[in-house]
Every structure is written in C-alpha cells, then in structure tokens.
Design a protein around this ligand. Structure first.
Ligand code: FAD
Length: 318
C-alpha cells in the first residue's frame, strides 16, 4: 500500500513510523530486527530504510603507495526493505539518492524495487561525499532530487531511459521527498528552498518528511509557509531525541538546525548523559504530544539504533 493511502485511510488519526539505518558492512540483518521487533507493537504502517553513498578510503599497496578506493559502508537497503516486508507484513520505504549513482543504476534499482512489490520511495539528492567540498553529481546522474522524482514519475508512466522501450511496464511508486523547516543548508533562504520543494511536488512528489527539529513552532510555521506557496501534500514531522550532551554541538553541525534556548539550558545543567537522556526523552514526548494533538499525519522517528529510548517515547505518546 502507498504511504499516502495510509494517511488517507487514517483520516485524522496520527500514524507512527520509524527510520532505520542499514548495519555497517559485516553486520547482520538481526541488528535491524533487534531494533524493529520491540517497536512493532505500535503498528507502524511503514518503515523507512536509509541509503548511504560510497565513501573513499586510502589503502596502502605493497609498493608503499596509497590507492584511493570507493567502498559502501552501509549497503543493503533494498534487501533490508524486502526482509522487513517479509517478516512484519508492513510496507518498507527505501531511500534513494542521486549522489554516486548513474541514472541507469537508479533505473535498475527501481526495477528491483518494483519486482519486489516495494511501491514507496523517498527521493533524495544525498550529500557531498566525504572529502568533497560540494555535492557533485555522478557524471551520468542527477544533480537534484527533483530529477530523481521526474525519473520515478516517468517510470510510473512506463517511460524508461532507453527510448527503444515502448509500452514499458508502468511502476506504481508513491514518492516522498525531504523538507527542511529550518531550510536546507545550501539554500540562500527558506523562500528559495520552498520554491524548489514546490517544484518537486509539482513534478510528482506525493508527501514530505521533514528534517528533525526541536521546536514545534518551526514545523508549524513551515507547514503554513508550504501551504501559502501551494504545497498541499502531507508533511510528516521527523523527530529524534537528544541523549548526549555532545549532541548540543554535533546535531546543529551535522543537520544545520537550531536548538531552543530553554532546552539547551536544561541540558547544560545536566550532570551526566543519563540525565541528558531524561531531558531529551521528556522533550521529545512533549513535542510528539503537541504534534499529535495538532493532527499531523504521522510521527516519524529517527531510531538511529536507539530502540529503548524510542520505545519509551512512543509508549508515552500512544
Ligand atoms: P534537493 O531537493 O536536490 O535540494 C538540495 C539543495 O539544492 C537545496 O538547497 C535546494 O534548495 C537546492 N535546489 C533544489 N533544486 C534546485 C534546482 N533545480 N536548482 C538550484 N538549486 C536547487 N541522505 C542520504 O544520503 N541518505 C538518506 O537516506 C537520507 N535520508 C534523508 C531523509 C530525510 C527525511 C531528510 C530530511 C534528509 C535525508 N538525507 C539523506 C539527507 C539529504 O540527502 C540531504 O539533506 C541533501 O543535502 C539534500 O537532499 P534533498 O533531497 O533535499 O535535495
């Protein structure tokens, strides 16, 4: 079933969903099940699985010279999605990224997904590779997420890259995209960011999942601003609890967002990370309750492997 069909069927009820990361190469599928097993009692209709682009490492050769090699540290998104659907009977939403992929590779991945009856994808550009100052698309790939949205939309109409394919099988993907209540870090301002988000929706995106935020006003203002520019698709808030003092610096640095003053002051006063976790959990519960009361379509939790904390939050909210 499509993610947007779940929203429609739920009407005013707020759904719940989780996002998991593939294990680092060498890890097992069991680690994903260990994260999800305790969360399935909350009946998430869908689970997102992130995608990770290649990283470059330097390997020493016998000659003493170093060789630059591309490795993918967290492969397996498509397989994990299929395994989740098989084990739990819920839908899985693989993330697809432009970075590091040619259009042909993307097309082949979409064909795999279609054959596996995976009909939801979150279409993203991805970030610059480590050591790159700016995002550089694959020479035969897409520079922006909107181009990926268009490619998926084409396949939904039976149009493949090879112009010789006529009457191609039509896929049936529901397309999610990313949204940024505090704007994407490369955008000059929120208005410009919204313009490009609207273009993605006009190109066929069916719903938006937001970057995490810690001040609900940012989300509510964002939704209002989206509606004002004619973005009318469901906007799902993404949530993550802070559990360590170091995240006061790490989260803004990685995700380009602000933390509310009141929250920062509380965390600064905490004596250790156990106390920080309590503050972070309570904050996330309060955020979740307010969003639920406001009738958001779904609360989407970034689990990042911390199942115990996420479970505590969801238990308090549902
Ligand atoms: P885009 O929509 O392409 O936007 C990128 C930037 O370009 C923005 O500043 C935008 O305003 C601007 N822009 C857009 N279109 C144009 C245009 N036509 N001309 C000029 N400028 C334009 N990353 C991963 O690697 N794997 C994941 O699994 C993953 N999951 C994510 C899930 C969520 C919910 C979110 C919010 C982010 C996720 N990311 C993931 C991170 C994401 O890939 C990065 O934030 C990336 O920098 C931007 O992706 P995007 O799809 O928003 O890009």
């Amino acid at each position: 079933m499509k993610v947007t069909d779940y929203f429609e069927a739920a009407q005013d009820k707020t759904l719940i969903s989780f996002e998991v990361l593939p294990p680092v190469k060498g890890g097992s599928m069991q680690s994903i099940f260990n994260t999800l097993d305790p969360l399935m009692e909350f009946k998430p209709p869908f689970i997102d699985v992130t995608y990770h682009r290649e990283e470059f490492i330097y390997r020493k050769r016998p000659s003493g010279y170093y060789e630059k090699t591309a490795i993918r540290k967290r492969p397996g998104t498509v397989g994990i999605c299929a395994a989740i659907m098989h084990r739990y009977g819920v839908d899985a939403v693989p993330h697809l990224i432009c970075g590091g992929f040619s259009k042909e590779e993307t097309e082949n991945a979409l064909i795999d997904l279609n054959f596996l009856d995976i009909n939801n994808v979150l279409a993203l550009r991805g970030d610059a590779a480590k050591f790159e100052a700016h995002f550089a698309p694959h020479p035969d790939g897409h520079p922006y997420a909107i181009d990926l949205v268009k490619q998926i939309g084409d396949m939904n109409e039976g149009k493949y890259l090879d112009p010789n394919i006529s009457n191609g099988a039509k896929t049936n993907f529901c397309i999610g995209i990313a949204g940024y209540p505090e704007k994407h870090f490369e955008s000059p301002n929120l208005e410009t960011d919204l313009l490009f988000t609207k273009q993605k929706v006009d190109a066929g995106a069916n719903y938006i999942v937001t970057q995490m935020f810690f001040d609900n006003k940012k989300y509510f203002d964002y939704v209002k601003a989206c509606r004002e520019v004619g973005i009318n698709v469901p906007i799902v808030p993404g949530l993550k609890p802070i559990t360590k003092k170091a995240q006061l610096v790490g989260i803004p640095r990685v995700f380009f967002l602000n933390l509310p003053d009141e929250f920062v002051k509380e965390v600064m006063k905490a004596e250790d990370d156990a106390a920080v976790r309590e503050i972070g959990v309570e904050w996330c519960i309060a955020q979740s309750k307010e969003l639920k009361a406001a009738g958001v379509p779904c609360l989407h939790y970034y689990t990042m492997g911390d199942v115990k904390t996420i479970k505590r939050i969801v238990e308090a909210v549902y």
